[in-house]
Design a protein around this ligand. Structure first.
Ligand SMILES: C[S@@+](CC[C@H](N)C(=O)[O-])C[C@H]1O[C@@H](n2cnc3c(N)ncnc32)[C@H](O)[C@@H]1O
Length: 281
């Protein structure tokens, strides 16, 4: 059973508030959202879907890129995330739908969406179902732009390799948890294949009628201090297992005290731009 103050997921108000506060105080989700919005080719769209849009960090970026008269629909299955977004991001061009990404095609008109953008979430979904739904709602030539965390895609930007000198905050967290709480990390096979390599993504997109038009491995530069703030968001806090959130935060403080706050930290992302194929003539 989960500890009494464990945070179980995205659909919890405490987590949603902490996540939203993080996106406003730190650049991480704004930078990745802006990057995707820029690649989505939004200059002539009428309607854009922000898929797995959470509390609206990506919608904020999209709204800055769309032409006058265009609209954005933010879709997420966590009502708590959208409650924060509805309260803090008031814009008449934006509407919210609480639904799983896999059910997108049940909620928006087919063949009319100019672009679908999905920041920091695709690996949490059933990609075959999501790609099929995205293909159904996109207009021919419309873009589907998303990113995949480097660990899931099995890629690493050279900048990440260059900074990986000392132990990561995650490693220090596991060390502190082992020392102070007798924590034993679940065994992880060093050569386990990545969950979503580009080949898998490309095949799944093609099966749904979507063609990859561009990919890039990008590095996101941050600091140990930002990483610590991110690991304080309940859904991201570590280690996994039978800890209360308060215990995790004590472990994090002890681990963080062994680092330098402005030490660089780099995260790798695989960015994918796909396009809905024109139907055969
Ligand atoms: C890291 S947040 C990203 C939110 C937003 N794109 C941003 O950049 O701030 C991940 C979001 O994905 C949502 N999510 C995860 N799986 C989902 C699914 N199958 N359908 C819809 N939303 C999902 C979560 O509820 C959460 O709001």
């Amino acid at each position: 059973m989960a500890p009494h103050d464990a945070i179980l997921g995205w659909d919890e108000d405490t987590n949603a508030a902490a996540y939203d506060a993080f996106t406003r105080a730190h650049p991480m989700y704004n930078v990745t959202s802006r990057d995707l919005a820029r690649r989505a080719g939004l200059s002539d769209v009428g309607l854009v879907v922000d898929l797995c849009g959470g509390a609206g960090a990506t919608a904020r970026a999209i709204l800055d890129h769309i032409p006058p008269g265009a609209r954005v629909i933010s879709v997420d299955n966590a009502a708590a995330m959208q409650r924060v977004g509805r309260r803090t991001l008031i814009d008449s061009r934006l509407s919210w739908i609480t639904a799983p990404a896999e059910h997108l095609a049940d909620h928006v008109a087919h063949g009319h969406i100019g672009a679908v953008v999905c920041n920091s979430a695709i690996w949490k979904t059933d990609i075959a179902a999501v790609f099929a739904a995205v293909s159904r709602v996109l207009r021919p030539g419309g873009r589907f732009v998303f990113n995949i965390g480097g660990g899931f895609a099995g890629i690493r930007h050279p900048d990440e390799q260059a900074v990986s000198g000392g132990p990561s905050l995650n490693t220090l967290i596991h060390d502190v948890a082992a020392r102070d709480y007798g924590y034993i990390a679940p065994p992880k096979s060093a050569d386990a294949p990545p969950k979503l390599p580009l080949e898998t993504i490309t095949c799944e997109l093609a099966a749904a009628g979507l063609a990859v038009v561009d990919t890039e491995i990008v590095a996101q530069h941050s600091t140990m201090a930002e990483k610590k703030a991110w690991l304080s968001i309940p859904v991201f806090s570590r280690p996994e297992g039978d800890f209360t959130h308060a215990q995790r935060m004590r472990i994090l403080e002890t681990a963080y005290a062994q680092t330098t706050p402005d030490a660089p930290s780099v995260t790798s992302w695989l960015v994918v731009v796909a396009e809905r194929r024109e139907p055969p003539a």
